[in-house]
Design a protein around this ligand. Structure first.
Ligand code: PLP
Length: 492
């Protein structure tokens, strides 16, 4: 006879254990609030101590459980101080959003609800549809556009490449027969993020099928070269199907001429996709929205809420203007996933019809919470502020004889470089790279590096709502003093 009353059968607490769990939960929540409130007092980043690292690497699979309070303590000691640092105002590396306490709470609510948004008929699915509609409206797309939340822009761009290729002439046959002997080719500027060429690779088109268009003098796609390349490829018997414009290039934050690309795409009958990973969020600001003109003409758009919109990781999004094309690229009929006219299995189309994932979490909740609690007006002011801090940094760089600004500042990215007439370009590359590591290890700031016109540069992306002018000044001071220290060490 089966005994269902054994308290250990459930993973939930029993009786008074709920009170202990509640007390621990409140304590952990307070710990995170305190930690966020005092974030400025911590180093931006510090290396993980060797003993903690080897503890993770050597830890056996736990066969006996531990108290949640002890687990919380392990997190506080071993993880909390050693994260990448993107919540800190001194973090300016790569393109990392800072997160918010509101997003943190929403993540907790989503985990508590434990909803699966692959499909079916429930409120979380309607929330995701609502937030997709808001996003479409913000970006100037019709509110009938379809879309879904994904991990990030890498996957959002991949989904767009899939939809675009299946929207090409006879493209739906790719679903059963693969690419075969077809030579579908697409175009993006040389400055496009690496995930676009990876999307071509993953889609089975091959990364060579993404033609890289040269840049003009403003780090934007040379659209005359685009026309020439399309014509040459057609002449060679290839099948151009897609052009990708970038709104906010990862290296310098440039915005391709989206109107011109839209015109070329329409004349050439190509799918027009925009990678707006972080830059599309400039749409939140009435001042910067103009710079995105043409984005609203795109057939599809990839962007992230986890970057400039400050939603905690991860929250990428893809929007497709034509819902039928979107669904045609992914929809599948499986008997165990049959869609019904009523009951839990109603509500078609399901999100699993719009991308590769079946099971999906409730990412939309933290985006809903962020947009609702802050409103687009406050988020727009935050975007303006980040751009103002970037301009402040650019003018500080220009005022320092030992530094050189390496690209114009369009949005929130500043690229600069230490100068030294006594050093060759290669030696300067090395110096700049080493000084960035010195600054990171100092815990004062975290810039990163990239290459501009072939030269290694220091790159600061002001994507964190907590970053102020004083923080970028502190970063520049650190660059200058650690460079001086390195030079005196070398000459000593
Ligand atoms: C322009 C651009 N596209 C795509 C990506 C990839 O986005 P994710 O990291 O969310 O996958 C990035 C990341 O920084 C980016 O800047």
């Amino acid at each position: 006879m089966m005994d269902d009353t054994d308290p250990f059968l459930s993973l939930d607490p029993q009786g008074a254990d709920w009170d202990r769990l509640r007390a621990t939960g409140h304590h952990l929540l307070d710990m995170m609030f305190d930690n966020l409130r005092d974030i400025r007092e911590q180093p931006v980043w510090q290396p993980l101590p060797t003993d903690i690292r080897s503890g993770f690497r050597d830890a056996p699979v736990p066969d006996h459980g531990m108290d949640i309070a002890a687990f919380g303590e392990a997190f506080r000691e071993q993880v909390l101080p050693y994260s990448v640092g993107n919540r800190h105002p001194g973090f300016m590396g790569w393109v990392h959003g800072g997160g918010t306490p509101v997003g943190m709470l929403a993540e907790m609510l989503a985990a508590g609800l434990n909803a699966n948004l692959g499909g079916r008929d429930h409120a979380p699915v309607e929330v995701e549809r609502m937030v997709i509609r808001w996003a479409a409206t913000l970006m100037g797309f019709p509110d009938t556009a379809s879309g879904l939340f994904v991990t990030g822009s890498s996957i959002a761009n991949f989904i767009a490449v899939i939809v675009a290729s299946r929207s090409a002439e006879d493209g739906l046959s790719l679903r059963e027969h693969g690419v075969g002997r077809r030579s579908l080719v697409g175009y993006a500027a040389r400055s496009a993020h690496g995930c676009v060429s990876r999307a071509f690779d993953l889609a089975g088109l091959g990364s060579d099928a993404l033609r890289l268009v040269p840049l003009d003098g403003s780090f934007r796609m040379d659209t005359a070269a685009l026309r020439t390349m399309i014509a040459a490829d057609r002449k060679a018997g290839l099948e151009p199907f897609l052009v990708v414009g970038t709104a906010g290039t990862v290296d310098v934050g440039a915005i391709d001429s989206l109107n011109t690309i839209a015109k070329i795409a329409s004349e050439e009958k190509l799918w027009f996709h925009v990678d707006g990973a972080f830059g599309a969020m400039a749409a939140l600001s009435p001042d910067f929205r103009k710079a995105l003109s043409g984005l609203e003409k795109a057939d599809s758009l990839a962007f992230d809420f986890h970057k400039w919109a400050q939603v905690p990781y991860d929250a990428g999004c893809v929007i497709v203007r034509d819902p039928a094309r979107h669904a045609a690229a992914f929809a599948q009929t499986l008997s165990y996933l049959s869609r019904e006219d009523r009951g839990v299995a109603a509500g078609a189309p399901w999100f699993c019809d719009l991308g590769p994932d079946l099971s999906r979490g409730f990412r939309a909740l933290k985006v809903w919470a962020t947009l609702s609690v802050y409103g687009t007006d406050q988020l727009g002011r935050m975007v303006d502020h980040c751009c103002a801090v970037a301009r402040h940094l650019a003018s500080r760089v220009s005022s320092e004889p030992a530094l050189e600004l390496m690209a114009p500042v369009t949005l929130d990215i500043v690229c600069f470089r230490l100068l030294d007439p006594a050093l060759t370009d290669e030696q300067l590359d090395h110096l700049n790279g080493e000084v960035v590591k010195d600054v990171q290890e100092s815990g004062l700031a975290v810039p990163s590096t990239t290459r501009v016109n072939g030269r290694l540069v220091i790159r600061a992306a002001i994507v964190n709502h907590r970053t102020m002018a004083a923080d970028v000044d502190r970063m520049v001071d650190a660059v200058l003093s650690l460079a001086a220290k390195r030079r005196s060490g070398l000459s000593a």
